[in-house]
Design a protein around this ligand. Sequence first.
Ligand code: B12
Ligand code: SF4
Length: 502
Amino acid sequence: MNIALIVPPYADNDLEMACKESIGICYLAAVLRDNDFEVTLIDADLLGLTFHATAERILHGKYDLVGFSVLEGTIESVEAILQLLVDGGLESHVLLGGYFPTMLVEEVLKKLPRVDSVVLGEAEYSLLSLVIALRDGRDWRHLPGVASRIADGVTINPCDTPCAVDDLPFPERDLLPEVLRRGGVTGVVGSRGCFEGCSFCCMNRFSQLSGVVGWRGRSPVSIGDELEQLVEQWGVRAVSFYDGNFIGPGEQGVERAHAIADEIIKRNLDLHFAISTRADQVERELFLHLKNAGLSEVFIGLESMTQRILDLYNKHTRVEDNIKAVETLEECKIYFRAGFILYEPHITLSEIRENIEFLAKMVDMHYCNKFFFFKALRVYRGSLMEGKLARQGILIENNWHVAYNWKHAEVGEYIRVTGQICSQIINIVQQIQPFEADIKRYFETLLGKWNIQVHSAVLLMIEHGAISQNSYMDLSVKAADELKTIRKKLQRYTSIQSRDVN
Ligand code: B12
Ligand code: SF4
């Protein structure tokens, strides 16, 4: 059996889409190869392949089985590639796995006739069983964790054997050299699932569909072993933990996180690492210990500074938790990226003001990342939020996805105008990425302040009535002038730099 696992191309120049390892298929490859199957990993996204180039590679490889890893952002790519594969006469078994097909299994199987099966949830062992059955020419439709089309619809067999996280082999690292070559990030999965159930997030529901509930952390020793291997075999110096929450629940979660820090320190691993955490888990002693072990960046899901919105998101945190968390990280001198899902369908202008006032303070914090604040809620298919908003009758269907309208028209206007003006900084932000840390921070602060000022100014105008053509022009000219000053500083810096190099 010759197997190809594919990450489809994803077209989004969002700054967050830094080059990352698609570690899910690397886990699948590890289990399949341990069982002597030949596996090729094609990360078309990482390689920047077009649909045609991806389809050509698949056809050229003459694989017996072709599996696509699908997230909400790539279902259309899969649809397009499948069409090219049909045109090219592909005969292989085609299967899909990952978040999107797991949560929308019926819809996917009904709409995509060329797909033979979907392997649900955490797929290591269900995929292995399927592959063995296909190799042996046995019936596979009854296998746990496998869904397929039958005469009168779709048959979905729930997953039955959740994988014990410490029993899994380490993921294969086929994609790592290319990721490192492109300046990307090495991924490590220290835990799976989550103990919370935020309504916008897909993790909890995905775990349920994988036949497991809650958060499962690997042992600190196993994590230490993997990190050591990454350092020694691959020369890795920085990793990103892909865990929904690096710190597990309760006291035990805190103890385990301390133990991971101990492992890294004991092994003398010269390594930086980034983690994701919740606001109510940021605690000075633990974070200083982690920093000592190499923690260099924290992604912290604050989401909003409005309690009503935190409650809508089922966040189970309070505005005060958010304030305390960022203050602690600033005190500990740990860089943090505050995640916000600022705009939700019912948000009012006064709630936006409440958030902007807090953000203006945060931009002044030295260790805070200055971007990623002004995001709108994306309703992922199969999430709790989809159900919530569908019951309120405000969702708009858009082929594979759903969208919504703003309840307050003036909010829509504000988002449109700020979006138009602020898109100007994207290329400057990209330009400063390779700069030395201090210089980069300096420019980020200038741009971050500019960004907040534009948002405040637009808000003020809209609070005083709709924006006229003249006032819009005045505002954008003023914003462009201020940005020109920042650009000049940037030019001065780059010319000094190139003079020094020459
Ligand atoms: C790293 C990461 C990324 C990386 C790499 C993505 C990748 N291809 O792996 C990048 C930055 C590119 C990314 C982008 C996005 N992401 Co992301 N990402 C993650 C994150 C943090 C870790 C993923 C991971 O490695 N998990 C660990 C591995 C072991 O699990 P896994 O990847 O799910 O793989 C297992 C199963 O899914 C399955 N499986 C996976 N692939 C396949 C393929 C086959 C053939 C089979 C059978 C099974 C199978 O088996 C694997 C082993 O158990 C998760 C959250 C999380 N902690 O899981 C969010 C997450 C997956 N992302 C999410 C989202 C929303 C996005 C974006 C849409 C965000 C955006 N702003 O646009 C984009 C979409 C990109 C796209 N290609 O469509 C959502 C999923 C939503 C959804 N329903 O699709 C998640 C769950 C976050 C959340 N809070 O909800 N992401
Ligand atoms: S947003 Fe974070 S805390 Fe909430 S369910 Fe997702 S991973 Fe868990």
